[in-house]
Every structure is written in C-alpha cells, then in structure tokens.
Design a binder for this molecule. Structure first.
Ligand code: SF4
Length: 717
C-alpha cells in the first residue's frame, strides 16, 4: 500500500538527492518514480507474506504488480527506479534484485548510482553485486592444478582431457600468482577484479559450475570466493545482477541462487534483452559426432576412475552399469547420424541458409522413435551419473570411507561434468522426442552442419520460438513485484511486440516517459540519390556514389550497415582519403575502435566508424563525437535465423501476417535504437541520413517513419 508516509519518504529522498547533487528535477524522471511507486504500492501481502491476487475491472488482475516503462536517454532512469523500488521493497519486507543485460551498466549501478543515492538521498540501504558462479575462482580446482603440476603427476588431467584441459608452464605461473594474491588478501577470487584480462581457456580450468562443486562438503568452502559472495546476498537489501543469472535461477525453479521470486521485487533494466536471453536459456543443442567421441572416451577412462573411487558408498553398483549406458547412447547416436546428415545435405547451403530446419518444428514420424530412444538412453545415463555423484558426495562426510577425501574431491567434478553433458543431451532429445501439442506454441528444431577441427559434425538444436509462456509462469506469476525498463520497449508506437515476446500481462502498467530531448535539434534526411534497398547490388552502388558527398571528413560520423558484405564492399570503393579516417568493424575490438574514434575527434581530426548491428545499440558518442549517423538500410532481420523463421511460419499458419506482425515491428525498434546514437545529451545536435527510400515509398515504411522520435524531416524526392 502506498501510504502517505511512503509517498513522503520517496518525495523527500528525491528532493534531498537533487539538492545534494545540485540537479534540477526532470519531468520524465518524476513521472517514472510516480508510476513505479504506484505499481509497487498497489501490492498487498497475505498472511503468509505472499502477494495477493486482486480483483480488477475484468476479473482477477494478473499484471497489477508489473510496471513496464520506456524511458529514453537523458531521463535519469536508474535513479527513477532505484529510489521508489528501494523504499517499496523495504516496506514490503522483500529483496530488491536489479538486473541488467550488460556488465557496463551493472558496474555503473554498483560503483556510481547506488553509492551516490546512498550518500545523497538520506535512504538507508545496503547492496551487493551477484555474479554467476563462472565469474568466481574455484579454490579446490586451483589447489589441484598447482599440486598436480608441482608433483609432476597429472593422472586426472591425462585421463579426462575434455573436463581438464592441459596446463602450460605459463599457465601455472599465472595460477601461482593468483594463489599468492588470495593468500595475501589482495584478491577476492573474482574474475573481473583480476588486474589483467584473462583468456577464457586460462579461466575455465580454475572455475566451476553447480554440478562440479561439492558445496558445503568441500574442504575449501570457508575460503571459497563464490560462497562468500553468495552469503553476502542474504544480508543486503538490494542485489545487482544480470539477466542471465536471474534466468539461470528461474531455470532451477527460482530461489536456488537468488532470493525466491515470491520474496523479490525485480527491476529489469535493459529489459528489451530479456525475451531473447530467456530463449537462449531454454534452448538445447548438442553436436552428434563430438558427443559420440566423448561417450567413447568416458567408457575408456571409466576403469581407471572406478579403480580410484571404488568402495565409496554404492558407487561401484552404479559404475558397473555405466558402460552399457554409455555404449547404448553412442550406438543410437551413430545410427541416427547418417539420417540427419542426409537431411542436412538435402538443402543447398548458401549465404542465406546454413541449416536444415524441420518445418513447423515437426520431427517426421519415422524419426521420432530413434529420438525417443536417445532421450531414454541419456536419461538413464544421467540418472546413473547423478547417483554416482550423490554417493561420492555422501562419502565425503563418511569418516569410515576407504577412499581418501582428496580422491573423492578430485573425481566429483569429473562425474559432475559428465552428468551436465548427459543432462544437456537428455533435454535436447526430449525436445525432439516430444511433439508439440496443437494448442501450444511450437518449438524451432533444426540441424546445423559445423566444422569441428577440420571434420564435419552436425549440431542438433531446439529452442522455444517465444519466451512468453516460460517467463509468464516462472517469473511474472511468481514475482512479488516487477519493473521492466529500457529506452526501447515499444515498436510502431506500442508495446505489442514486447508483450508478444515477453508474455507480460495485458493489465500491467505500461508507460512511455517523455524524453527530455528536443528532437527538433536533429534532422532526419533521405538524400536525393537514395534508392530502395531491394536490390543489394544497386543499393550498394548508390551508397558508394553518395557516401563521399554525405560524410564531413572533419567531423565524427557513424555509418551503420545491416550486412557485413555491403559494409566491406562500400569500404573497398571509398576514396583513399576517406578510407584513411574510417575505422572498420572487425579490424579491431569495438572498444578499441571507440577509443581511437574519440581520440581523433579530441585531436581535432575527423573520424568515421563503419559498424554493424552491435554499433546500433549501447554506443555512447555524445557531442562532437557523433554529429552524423548514416543508416544504410532499414534494419530487417537476417532471413537465416531459424527461430525467427519458425516464428514467422507459426504466425502465417494461424492466418497472421508475419511480415507486419514480426518483421516490421522488429525493424522499427532497431531503427529507433540506431537513431538513438545521435542525441545523447540535451545539447546535442546533428543529422541522421537514411539511405533506403522504402521508408517513404512503402506503406510499412511510413509506419516505421511515424514511430521515430519527432526529428525535423528533410526528404528529397
Ligand atoms: S565450494 Fe565449490 S566452488 Fe568453492 S572451492 Fe569448493 S568446489 Fe570450488
């Protein structure tokens, strides 16, 4: 309930924050604070401290606890959600979980926004950063790597190459320095705080996942950086994390890593990424040949493993059954491979299609039985491995166990990694073995040929085509309260696209907060020489002709392409003097390109960035760093994406128009993001040139144009 006292507290904290920071209140920011306070303030708790489902005009309200706010750059939205969410979460006795899509925003919230709010608002709260287990060192693994190297005996590594890649002398130096830093309290064991960037292959040797970690039974648990970080979550009011960790927690049922959804107020910043991230989390894939080889390898190393852990609880009983289970899975995979290979070869692979997709997600009847058998095989394998892990885990507590604890601790992660791989295969084949029901949204199922160390392999993939249902039952229905925000949640001027993909209820509180920017300070221009981007060659030639006239060689320009080929073709044909000031995506990391670009502008030179989709979002080039954004083409999705293709197919099958329902809204949203690169502060000015005449010649183009911010239009006929 949003009582007068709570209202006063929020208003008072906001005024104090502005005063202490010497800032003026912003209309959009105030509006956003009010909407979030109103939504979270409407949450009522029952006797068990759970959110009550309340009556609305049309029956039970399913979205009264959810606030979806689009707030553009310059709104000051971080403070606008932190402030009311902290107050309301504390009033409800719930944890606040603030989740972002990118590390950059996470760091900004933890290192700048929350400390500033804490210092200047008079609010009392505590916060911490929560990262996935994979960002923390596993002390047991570090111990083992160093001990095995120093003793010159590498029995475990030699046997299980897949799970334990070999370590170089250079690597050991690094690991030794990590151990020293930990011992001297100079490092917490968190990957991101190690002074140098760490390569993934260096890091993966010394980190772990939940299947390989022995948890509270581990000899190192009291010094374990992951458990220390996790324990600190229990005592704070606000946890800052990322969408992946929230989704990983929900995939485990919620409350396994983070607080339970029922006890949490979530804020999803960069919320437009959530549906796609959720799709990734609930997708399955596995390579057939490499899995077959791995099963073989497991079987070969099993004897040696059992020789070490024999006698630990009932491990031998299950271990004896493993060879048959491993061989069964391998044989069934090897039998199915040529059939799938033939399917994959039945289509001509070109630039536009790099996979074989099962139409409507339907696996043909004659392939269902082998898929069911594979599912059963991996299910059996996974069960045996789980039982062996449980036996080892139990044995660690057993003072009479004949197997030394060090051997149990060494082999537990190996069996855990095996189980994780068996589970992944089980889930994939379950998806292939279970046809979708007529009333459900079908899954996308497809095969992708891949080059695996010079040999052909087939990746078998399955993914939901919409995350809506999954998010609905795992998140929206369970959470105590939710705020979703981003600069781009609407497409074509409404929230339908987001709702379809994220599954947020119709009766949630949807709001667009007015931008503080005067968009008339920027022009959107369709130059006279612009053609329709329907014929790629003609369009590319037109851009090559026109671009040198459009670019000011003394200013900061961002040119955004939708196709790498077009970007490279255009670059090749640019005049020499222009090529010298162009920074081309792919030549350097994005970060490095941005640093170079800014330096040139700071030095009074001109600079031009040529980039693809990743430059259309999240790139912040205020003021003179970017006064001209050139967009080569309306950003329609690549036709090759199997999930998008399956979604379009499903919409068409239901009598819908996939182009108008999916393709056009997606392009609208991406174009808004691309245009958003120009004005980054209230004083910025500049120009956007769109080199695709379809925006004025096609009916859908006009709809896209009308949904852009109200720039001054200059349209040359
Ligand atoms: S508790 Fe788990 S993550 Fe921590 S050191 Fe032990 S095995 Fe590694």
């Amino acid at each position: 309930m949003l009582t007068d006292a709570l209202k006063k507290q929020i208003q008072g904290a906001y005024s104090q924050f502005l005063e202490n920071k010497g800032l003026k209140s912003r209309y959009g920011q105030k509006l956003m604070i009010a909407e979030i306070a109103k939504t979270l303030g409407s949450i009522e708790l029952d006797d068990e401290n759970h959110r009550e489902i309340v009556e609305g005009a049309g029956g039970l309200r399913t979205g009264g606890h959810i606030c979806v706010v689009e707030a553009g750059t310059g709104t000051g939205k971080t403070i606008a959600y932190l402030l009311p969410a902290i107050v309301m979460a504390k009033a409800l006795g719930k944890k606040l979980v603030v989740s972002t899509a990118t590390v950059a925003l996470q760091e900004q919230i933890v290192n700048k926004d929350l400390p500033e709010l804490h210092r200047n608002s008079g609010l009392s709260f505590s916060f911490t950063l929560a990262k996935g287990r994979g960002r923390y060192l596993c002390l047991s693994k570090l111990d083992n790597v160093i001990a095995e190297y120093e003793s010159g005996i590498n029995p475990t590594r030699a046997l299980y190459e897949d799970e334990f890649p070999s370590v170089s002398a250079q690597g050991i130096k690094l690991y030794q320095s990590m151990m020293d830093a930990l011992a001297g309290n100079k490092w917490t064991g968190e990957r991101d705080t190690w002074p140098q960037a760490l390569e993934q292959n260096e890091w993966q040797i010394i980190t772990t996942d939940h299947r390989q970690c022995t948890g509270r039974r581990c000899s190192n648990v009291s010094a374990c950086s992951f458990f220390k970080a996790r324990d600190s979550m229990h005592s704070v009011d606000c946890i800052v994390t990322n969408h992946d960790l929230v989704l990983a927690d929900l995939a485990l049922g919620g409350g396994a890593i983070l607080p339970a959804p029922e006890d949490t107020i979530y804020v999803f910043d960069e919320g437009h990424h959530l549906p796609q991230k959720a799709l990734n989390h609930f997708a399955h894939h596995s390579r057939m040949i490499s899995t077959s080889k791995w099963l073989d390898q497991c079987n070969k190393s099993l004897g040696a493993m059992l020789g070490v852990i024999s006698g630990a609880g009932n491990v031998d009983r299950y271990g004896e059954q493993l060879p048959a289970a491993l061989i069964d899975c391998k044989q069934r995979l090897d039998q199915l491979y040529p059939v799938f290979e033939q399917l994959a070869q039945s289509i001509a692979f070109d630039d536009r299609q790099s996979h074989y997709r099962f139409n409507n997600g339907v696996v043909p009847q004659d392939l269902l039985i082998p898929c069911v058998e594979l599912y059963k095989g991996f299910d059996r394998l996974s069960e045996l491995l789980k039982k062996m892990c449980d036996e080892l885990n139990e044995a660690m507590e057993d003072a009479h166990c004949p197997v030394p604890k060090i051997d149990l601790e060494n082999h537990y992660p190996i069996l855990g990694a095996w189980q994780a791989r068996a589970d992944a295969n089980r889930d994939l084949w379950a998806s292939f073995a279970t046809p979708d029901t007529p009333s459900s949204v079908p899954k996308a199922r497809w095969l992708t040929p891949v080059d695996s160390s010079g040999n052909m392999d087939l990746e078998v993939c399955s993914s939901p085509i919409l995350a809506a249902k999954t998010l609905e039952y795992s998140l929206w229905e369970k959470a105590c309260g939710v705020v979703i925000t981003s600069a781009t949640l609407t497409a074509l001027g409404n929230f339908y696209r987001f709702q379809m993909r994220a599954g947020t209820p119709n009766d949630a509180n949807y709001k667009v907060v007015p931008s503080p920017f005067n968009f008339q300070q920027a022009t959107l221009e369709i130059p006279a020489a612009t053609v329709e981007a329907t014929n790629a060659d003609v369009h590319t030639l037109a851009i090559i002709d026109d671009l040198p006239n459009l670019i000011d060689p003394n200013a900061g320009t961002l040119v955004l392409f939708s196709s790498r080929k077009q970007m490279l073709d255009v670059f090749e044909d640019m005049p020499e003097e222009l090529r010298e000031i162009i920074l081309l995506q792919g030549d350097n990391s994005k970060q490095e390109m941005l640093v170079q670009h800014k330096k040139r502008i700071d030095d009074g030179q001109g600079s031009v960035l040529f980039g693809l989709a990743s430059f259309a979002e999240g790139v912040d080039l205020p003021g003179k760093y970017c006064t001209h954004v050139i967009i080569a083409k309306l950003p329609f999705a690549v036709p090759d994406d199997p999930i998008e293709a399956a979604l379009s197919e499903w919409i068409e099958a239901r009598g819908g128009n996939a182009f108008m329902e999916i393709t056009v809204p997606d392009a609208s949203l991406k174009l808004i993001q691309a245009c958003g690169r120009l004005l980054r502060t209230e004083t910025d000015t500049g120009k956007i040139s769109l080199l695709d005449r379809r925006i004025i010649t096609k009916r859908y183009g006009k709809a896209i144009l009308n949904s852009l911010p109200p720039f001054t239009h200059i349209i040359h006929k």
